[in-house]
Design a protein around this ligand. Structure first.
Ligand code: IVH
Length: 669
């Protein structure tokens, strides 16, 4: 008989696994991040009290152990081949012709898949548990990076053994797929590296590959990698007669399989698929560089066989690179929020994959040297996904090309420019620099920070240029009259903005910590700090060692924090923000029974005065819970304008439906 604790631990694990699957594999979360964290913390607490009950497939064990010294080499059971590339429909037709000839069939069914631009990886499962993650390496021998692979949340640490019936219950199987870094995660990572004076990654693929080579899995865990599976080997072979069914079975087992695959009954259908994705790929939040075409019938795979380096039953169709050549008109330094000066090339406008490009980033001075680029040169520029266009190489040097030099003074404020030893980045050291100020204000007002809706770039430019706002605290002194005097600002929008600013005073401590722009402190770190220290004053006083003792906070972040609070100008800003009435304390659980204790709420539609996030906070402060979907257990559905299907469901279940006004009444406001 399992004890009560064992039962609770198993229940928590099941629930966490389910929510990980919903969030990371299906992209359909059903609970909030806070609720998820609560489950995880409960499980961590129980496992800490009962270490004998910890198992390697527990969701708490994704990041564990010490950094490795090096990665052991492993021989692949079956070589990991690469694919032949085709660059035109003609070449693809040749492939189809060869397949039909060799197989003796008049028509062949194909599966089209997106060609994800990452690095391939093999995962080995034994008795349903993930035991090894191995890189491709040279195709025959790869590196065992299991601790790193385990941190990828869409990779199941175990699969339901009953479901392995689809493959006839193999004791051991191998799946292969692509590890990628989504574009958003890539941009965030590069922004952090820039702030830290580290060299940026050139593209998401390099960033994913660089991350996998990290010896410390804790770092890998922070990088938001993802993995899509596209192949299975059971005894060295696909377990089913059709590749299409193999992909479905992978999905059934809980693996993340790319949803944009297509079964094509004919070559014509395959061409439609390829043409369709050439433009649609812009809308993806990860990069692809083509389409992979595979013969659906896996028995034919054996018959068609392999060349030395690639299978004859699959081929890659590569989309034309989104590159073009143009001339560099100028190179100038642009100042960001952290004061970093980034060299930017102004270009003669050129069409690259349907978009006009007139600027490209040159990242930093090392990159300029590496490229050898000078003003006047002709260069090759490249666009990839949503990433800012980049200069790939110089095509032709201008005879009179002028080299770029980093300015000695900041182009925005004339302040000193400084390069710390060992850093790539040059920085403007003037904290009051208007360029820095504009970026800081946009960050402060951002949706994930103080969430001041309507405070965008155009407005921030005016506020700073007219001297109306010299720091974030000045926002809280703006009057409707002052705002109404600005360009493109009517009385109504001025009143709206003032209301937004007012509301932001209620933002909780974690948001304040994130908003003030402490180096290396992102949203999650801000939440950890708020939970740990409970007040801004306690955080400001914390010593380096105390900060490093907080889980997930390393020496670099700890130093960023202490240096931030040591700076006089930051101390002054904080005092002004305190005087403006911002929350410097974590909200305490109420002593008396909170009014909504135990009540479950679901929100749908847009509320007239509060964002969903704000409504959630108010409900949770009052002891209630907010969940993502309506069920019999829901007590109230709060409805705003344009509600979703939840309204219908609530009606069917007879759940009480209320509006914002009634919610405020329940909250005693
Ligand atoms: S199948 C034996 N499917 O492209 C064939 N590969 O250029 C195994 N890739 O090494 C590869 N998306 O890293 C396959 N849907 C997909 C893919 C894919 C990306 C990568 C993979 C492979 C490379 C070949």
């Amino acid at each position: 008989m399992p004890t009560q604790v064992e039962t609770e631990i198993e229940r928590l694990r099941e629930e966490i696994r389910r929510h990980e699957y919903l969030y990371y594999v299906l992209n359909q979360p059903q609970i909030s991040d806070e609720e998820f964290d609560r489950l995880m913390r409960r499980l961590q607490d129980l496992e800490r009290e009962h270490p004998e009950l910890v198992t390697p497939d527990s969701p708490t064990q994704r990041v564990g152990g010490q950094p490795s010294e090096e990665f052991p080499k492993v021989r692949h059971s079956v070589p990991m081949l690469s694919l032949d590339n085709t660059y035109s429909i003609e070449e693809l037709k040749d492939f189809d012709r060869r397949v039909r000839q060799l197989s003796g069939r008049a028509q062949v069914e194909y599966v089209g898949e997106l060609k994800l631009d990452g690095l391939s990886m093999a995962l080995i499962y034994e008795d349903g548990l993930l035991t090894h993650g191995v890189t491709r390496g040279d195709g025959r021998i790869g590196e065992d990076v299991t601790p790193n692979v385990r941190t990828i949340r869409s990779v199941p640490l175990r699969v339901d053994r009953r479901k392995l019936a689809v493959w006839n219950h193999p004791r051991r199987f191998e799946v292969r797929g692509e590890v990628i870094m989504p574009v958003k995660a890539f941009e965030k990572l590069n922004a952090q590296r820039e702030a830290a004076g580290e060299a940026k990654f050139a593209n998401p693929r390099n960033a994913a590959a660089g991350t996998m080579r990290q010896l410390d899995p804790k770092i890998v865990a922070q990088r938001n990698l993802d993995m899509y599976i596209y192949q299975v080997l059971v005894n060295g072979r696909p377990p089913l007669a059709r590749h299409w069914d193999v992909l479905d079975s992978l999905e059934h087992l809980g693996f993340k399989v790319n949803p944009h695959r297509r079964l094509c009954a004919s070559f014509g259908e395959l061409l439609d698929y390829i043409r369709e994705w050439e433009s649609k790929r812009e809308s993806l939040d990860y990069e692809i560089d083509g389409i992979v075409v595979k013969v659906n019938d896996t028995q034919l795979w054996e018959e068609l066989g392999y060349t030395a380096k690639s299978p004859r039953w699959a081929v890659a169709y590569k989309y034309p690179a989104r590159q073009a050549t143009t001339r560099v008109i100028n190179i100038r330094a642009q100042v960001g929020r952290t004061g970093t000066l980034t060299p930017v090339a102004d270009l003669e406008p050129v069409q690259v994959g349907g978009v006009t490009v007139s600027h490209a980033t040159l990242h930093n001075i090392d990159e300029i040297e590496r490229l050898g680029v000078r003003i006047g040169d002709r260069v090759l520029v490249q666009r990839a996904g949503e990433v800012i266009p980049q200069v790939v190489k110089v095509v032709e040097h201008a005879p009179d090309g002028r080299p770029f030099r980093m300015p000695k003074t900041c182009p925005a404020c004339g302040g000193d420019v400084f390069r710390a030893e060992g850093e790539v980045a040059y920085r403007c050291v003037n904290a009051a620099c208007p360029a820095r100020l504009k970026e800081s204000l946009l960050h402060f007002a951002g949706r994930r920070a103080m969430n001041i809706d309507g405070l965008g770039e155009a407005l921030v430019d005016q506020l700073v240029e007219r001297g109306m706002v010299k720091d974030a605290a000045d926002l809280y002194r703006l009057t409707p009259e002052q705002l109404a005097g600005l360009e493109r600002m009517g009385e109504k929008s001025a009143a709206n903005l003032i209301r937004e600013i007012e509301k932001s005073r209620q933002a909780d401590l974690a948001r304040v910590i994130f908003a003030i722009g402490i180096p290396f402190v992102g949203e999650r770190t801000a939440q950890l700090l708020a939970d740990h220290f409970g007040s801004l004053d306690a955080l400001a006083k914390a010593a380096q060692a105390e900060l490093e003792a907080v889980p997930e906070i390393g020496p670099k972040t700890a130093r960023g924090i202490t240096e931030f609070f040591r700076e006089k100008r930051n101390q002054q800003l904080l005092e002004k923000l305190r005087a403006a009435g911002l929350r410097f304390e974590q909200r305490k659980a109420k002593q008396t029974q909170p009014p909504l204790e135990g009540k479950r709420f679901v929100l749908t539609g847009t509320l007239p005065n509060y964002s969903r996030e704000q409504a959630r906070e108010m409900i949770e402060d009052a002891g209630g819970r907010v969940t993502g979907s309506v069920s019999k257990k829901t007590d109230y559905l709060v409805v705003g304008s344009e509600p979703g299907s939840k309204l219908e469901k609530a009606r069917q279940l007879g759940i009480k439906i209320i509006d914002e006004k009634e919610l405020l009444r329940l909250l005693g406001k």
